[in-house]
Design a protein around this ligand. Structure first.
Ligand code: FAD
Length: 389
């Protein structure tokens, strides 16, 4: 008789673990919501970056802590992931900056259904409306009163943002109660809060700041950010969040530097401005750039061209904080690597494994989050199978 596996959670991490475990085991997925993969579908609403085609070492270097993610990422890399998707008839293509998307016309829901179809074909049972409230080595209890036994348990209950998708992070209390070391959840890949002037906001909320560079602690990123009611949002901001979060945690405040004309030198801008104080027309600053310059520059600085131009090139903006966890694309915190063996089983419960966003690792957007989830899901499946050889 085949040994049994209970997978708790029905996100992408659970799905890949179930797929590979079902070669050898009887696998059942227990998801607390009415349907599986709800956050996966939310992820698909923007640009659906399944992974990133970046080279192997660069891929590993994207993660924190990279030494803990190395084995899962090497064992199930972005190449393996794309090959697996292709096997399931989910062709992908590489878009800008290496981001990998499902081929045009393939909707996120079709990706999810395709994976689900293959799981059912392989005999995986999917049970919804099952919320884990307790576990022992080989036993799991749910809020509906059911208790089940399984030879191995995989916990894949996700992070703590976008609670409405089911990923509420409430499981952290149970794990802490069981003596498993966890870290508090914090937002990652989220917007930053800036204290805008109300007049600035009423004119510019929702508008883009195009062609800018943001510098934070010697890292400079070029691109676009969106002005929001609370601050700034966008792909140029997210990769800086982990560093900003560290400084906010340490010092309570942080500052970014905006270059509003990254393609022009100070000299070029000085020549263009001449004796005029019309920064907007002479330097071709968009209304948003001009307004932001005025908001963070005193009148005296604006009139004094040598200072004003320096501000165009290096406008310091104070960050008040990060956006709340629930709005974040991902979270850090959760299961501490200290409580895991190298094979991602819990030191305190060796037949129970953890994978996906519920573990305390971080990565930027651009396909790296899902890649991390699929790689760690595969990693636990491989290690459980290895235990039985
Ligand atoms: C707006 C948005 C856009 C995103 N875009 C991208 C993108 O383009 N590319 C990318 O790589 N990543 C993206 N992500 C991130 C990605 O969706 C997540 O990292 C990924 O879904 C995490 O997978 P997971 O399986 O570990 O957890 P989840 O997908 O969160 O799944 C966990 C599941 O466990 C269930 N659960 C929780 N507690 C219990 C319990 N006690 N009992 C039973 N079940 C439980 C939850 O209901 C949930 O279904 C995006 C996220 C958001 C919010």
């Amino acid at each position: 008789m085949k040994k049994s596996i209970a997978i708790i959670g029905g996100g992408p991490t659970a799905l890949i673990a179930a797929y590979f475990l079902s070669d050898k085991f009887e696998v059942t997925i227990y998801e607390k919501e009415k349907t599986i993969g709800r956050k996966f579908l939310v992820a698909g609403k923007g640009g659906f970056n399944l992974t990133n085609s970046i080279k192997r070492e660069a891929l590993i270097n994207t993660y924190f802590p990279k030494d803990k993610l190395r084995s899962p990422l090497e064992t199930f890399s972005n190449k393996h992931f794309r090959m697996w998707l292709a096997q399931l008839y989910i062709p992908t293509y590489e878009g800008s900056s290496g981001r990998v998307f499902p081929e045009e016309g393939i909707k996120p829901v079709s990706v999810l259904r395709r994976i689900e179809y293959n799981l059912l074909e392989k005999g995986v049972i999917i049970k919804t409306g099952y919320e884990l409230i307790d576990f022992k080595n080989n036993q799991v209890s749910f809020t509906n009163g059911e208790e089940i036994n399984a030879d191995y348990i995989v916990l894949a209950m996700g992070g703590a943002s976008w609670k409405k998708t089911g990923s509420d992070g409430n499981w952290i209390h149970l794990l802490t109660k069981k003596g498993i070391s966890t870290k508090p959840f914090q937002p990652s890949n989220c917007g930053i809060s800036v204290n805008w002037d109300t007049n600035f906001l009423s004119a510019h909320e929702g508008k883009p700041l195009k062609n800018i560079a943001i510098t934070y602690q010697n890292i400079q990123l070029k691109g676009e950010a969106t002005i929001t009611k609370y601050g700034l949002e966008g792909n140029i901001i997210y990769p800086l969040v982990s560093l900003i979060r560290n400084e906010l945690n340490k010092n309570g405040s942080a500052e970014i530097e905006l270059d509003l004309k990254p393609h022009n030198s100070v000299e070029e801008l000085k020549n263009r401005l001449g004796e005029s104080s019309n920064y907007k027309d002479k330097l071709q600053l968009s209304p948003q750039k001009n307004a932001i310059l005025k908001q963070f520059t005193t009148k005296a600085e604006y009139v004094d061209h040598s200072v004003g131009i320096q501000k165009v090139k290096a406008l310091q903006i104070r960050i008040e904080g990060l956006r709340p966890i629930d709005e974040a694309i991902s979270t850090v915190g959760g299961v501490d690597f200290e409580s895991l063996n190298d094979n991602y089983s819990l030191k305190a419960f060796p037949t129970i494994f953890c994978a996906g966003e519920m573990i305390d690792w971080d990565a930027p957007t651009g396909g790296f989050l899902l890649q991390g989830c699929f790689s760690t899901g595969f990693w636990v499946a491989k290690n459980i199978a290895h235990n039985e050889t």
